[in-house]
Write a protein of this length. Structure first.
Ligand code: PLP
Length: 356
């Protein structure tokens, strides 16, 4: 007996079969998973039900005080037809880390993974076929107490929605241009930088708009105190290859502990590269470039997997990295990681979870 009550839909949506038209996060499947939490009672009313709007009280706490957090992972269609997830339990565990900081309800990661697997099984036909495509999975939790006054909600709604997605960047696996933000900051230690709470992203939109108006795809954040050390990009952790060594900022509470970041560290070491987690100032990046030692820079995240960085603009000083071409280490890591995710290459770390 499933712990999730299934409520059938009366009609199903037409699927987009042209994967070049999928885009990212614009289409959603027929079903969603929902679960309710009440303090003292725990999780209840767990369902797989038709995708659709929620009726919500305007006083719901999420609308006023932003008690909200989310996750992002993907289901991949292997060439042999298997449906694969990548380290899915880690996403639910990270959701609990976010939830602890946001004073929200804790999930049972195994139970929610069980629910996700049931949902995916029902929606398998929505997983697009083709390299770079996947079914993006968005678990979310919101505070639903209908009461004004800043305190922790006693009730929550957890849901998972699914979106068939094409390749993340419309222009393919090519270096992106990044604007180094030296006015606005994203997070400070002691704040919510390590969580995937909606507020972090709301606070980043203005800087993103400014960067975009200058022709840059993303913002590179510097530390919130001195605006000196590199933190991360919008939804990606950063790596620099300096003199053959991979350098990435350490997890000190202000950046997101990316699952792709962790996978890249482990894979790169496995492939024989030296990886160091340490503070790296933006000045050091520019100095390495001036000395001819900045071989590559790239971002890592579930959406794009690996994204080479070809240009940085820091306060009007523009540098081009690796002649605006994909670097060999970024390409090798991308091939290896996507090879594991799509079931093409063997998985020495046991990261792949097959949906049966
Ligand atoms: C989600 C996210 C990342 C990447 O995390 P992954 O687990 O690799 O997808 C990095 N930075 C921020 C701010 C994020 O929201």
């Amino acid at each position: 007996m499933s712990k999730f009550t299934f409520i059938p839909a009366d009609k199903h949506k037409a699927k987009q079969t042209d994967t070049s038209k999928l885009g990212f996060g614009k289409l959603f499947t027929d079903y969603m998973l929902t679960a309710r939490y009440t303090q003292g009672e725990g999780w209840h009313d767990m369902r797989i039900e038709p995708y659709g709007p929620f009726a919500m009280d305007p006083a719901s706490m999420v609308f006023h005080y932003g008690q909200e957090m989310f996750e992002g992972l993907k289901a991949y269609r292997a060439a042999d037809g298997r449906t694969l997830l990548f380290r899915p339990l880690d996403n639910f565990k990270r959701m609990n880390q976010s939830g602890e900081r946001m004073a929200m309800a804790q999930l049972d990661p195994e139970l929610m993974l069980e629910g996700l697997v049931e949902l995916i099984r029902r929606e398998e036909a929505w997983i697009p076929i083709g390299e770079g495509t996947s079914l993006y999975i968005r678990p979310t939790m919101i505070a639903t107490d209908a009461a004004l006054g800043v305190h922790a909600s006693k009730t929550y709604l957890f849901f998972i929605i699914l979106s068939p997605v094409g390749a993340y960047y419309a222009n393919g696996f090519n270096p992106i241009k990044i604007y180094v933000e030296d006015e606005y900051v994203r997070a400070v230690r002691g704040g919510t930088g390590f969580t995937k709470c909606g507020g972090n992203y709301a606070a980043s939109i203005l800087a993103g708009n400014v960067a975009e108006s200058k022709g840059y795809t993303q913002v590179l954040w510097l530390d919130g105190v001195e605006r000196k050390y590199v933190e991360e990009v919008g939804a990606m952790n950063m790596f620099f290859v300096i003199d053959g060594e991979l350098v990435t900022p350490p997890l000190r509470g202000s950046i997101l502990p990316g699952i792709t970041r962790d996978s890249v560290i482990k894979l790169a070491e496995h492939m024989g590269y030296r990886v160091t987690q340490r503070l790296i100032s933006i000045q050091e990046v520019y100095d390495a470039h001036a000395a001819g030692k900045l071989d590559e820079a790239f971002g890592t995240g579930t959406a794009a997997v690996i994204s080479p960085v070809g240009e940085l603009n820091w306060d009007g000083n523009i540098i081009t990295i690796n002649d605006m071409k994909n670097g060999p280490i970024a390409v090798a890591l991308y091939e290896r990681l996507t090879g594991i995710q799509y079931g093409r290459l063997d998985d020495p770390f046991g990261w792949v979870y097959e949906v049966k």
